[in-house]
Design a protein. Structure first.
Length: 290
């Protein structure tokens, strides 16, 4: 069991970057509102200490440093209504794909849209509960699966449907793996606070309007089942992120379809964790080369 309850990685006002245990005012659960944190020293996946040093938070960063992330596994079609809106059958087994770690970004970073992803419409949102694996796991029974979890966070599995489907050749990676297309945060909440990950409200707002609103209780494969299944013959490592799929309400499934545009602000929110807020930024050819 980690010593922290709300893990954040942040740039402090003294210019240094730390891991910390977020300090929130009484009654506040949105980690995005963090102003102070207790600095953590040591290995967050191993021996570590939540110190008495309190630092002022200037900017919340992606909860894990890239060197601490081992893989980004993702589930597709893990909510029944989302499968229906995609006109696809309910999966018999979890549908697995991967994102590159270069897709990861922080809870307030812009979503950069490369010129190649501006050639056609199709820029979509997907709010998702993310499992953070805390210790090595292989062939784990469902009854023990939660023992391997460091905590939970929320992210936006930004997707371009044209590159995912029409141009993807049957693979989803091209349409989901662009740089900065997996913003997540604002922190990682442990089981000290989230006792049951299947009771959490999850939602997306686009320019202030709610476009997705659901509950993790509606997942086809719950957290225990997902960890157990993915660990069968595959070793899960500390720092693996498992994105557990999105509920209905994506732009692709709407009539007429609705796509994100340059300058749009998208927020994904998860109970007990908080809000990730990102602005869509269409890159010009020159800036894309930098």
């Amino acid at each position: 069991m980690p010593a922290f309850s709300r893990l954040i990685r942040f740039l402090a006002k003294n210019g240094k970057t730390y891991y910390g245990d977020a300090i929130l005012p009484e009654g506040v659960t949105d980690i995005a509102k963090t102003k102070k944190a207790r600095v953590i020293t040591g290995d967050i996946f191993g021996k570590h200490e939540v110190t008495d040093q309190i630092a002022d938070v200037r900017l919340l960063l992606a909860p894990l440093a890239l060197e601490d992330v081992k893989s980004v596994r993702c589930l597709g079609l893990n909510y029944a209504l989302h499968a229906k809106e995609a006109n696809l059958p309910l999966p018999k087994y979890p549908v697995l794909f991967f994102k590159p770690i270069t897709a990861l970004s922080g809870p307030t970073d812009p979503i950069p849209v490369h010129p190649i992803a501006q050639e056609a419409q199709g820029l979509d949102w997907e709010c998702e509960l993310i499992i953070v694996i805390g210790k090595q796991a292989k062939d784990v029974p469902e009854s023990e699966a939660l023992d391997y979890v460091l905590g939970y966070t929320v992210g936006n599995d930004v997707s371009h449907r044209d590159w995912q489907v029409a141009r993807g050749g049957g693979q989803w990676g091209l349409g989901k793996g662009f740089d900065g297309w997996a913003p997540y945060g604002p922190g990682i909440v442990t089981s000290n606070i989230i006792k049951d990950p299947q009771t959490l409200k999850i939602s997306t707002r686009l320019n202030g309007q709610t476009v997705q609103e659901s509950n993790t209780a509606d997942q086809i494969f719950n957290v225990k089942q997902t960890i157990s299944f993915l660990s069968r013959g595959h070793t899960l490592l500390p720092g693996d992120l498992i994105w557990t799929g999105t509920p209905s309400g994506v732009g692709m499934g709407r009539k007429p379809q609705l796509w994100m545009k340059d300058g749009d602000v998208v927020e994904v929110e998860l109970d007990s964790v908080g809000i990730v807020t990102n602005k869509v930024e269409f890159l010009k050819e020159d800036s894309a080369k930098l």
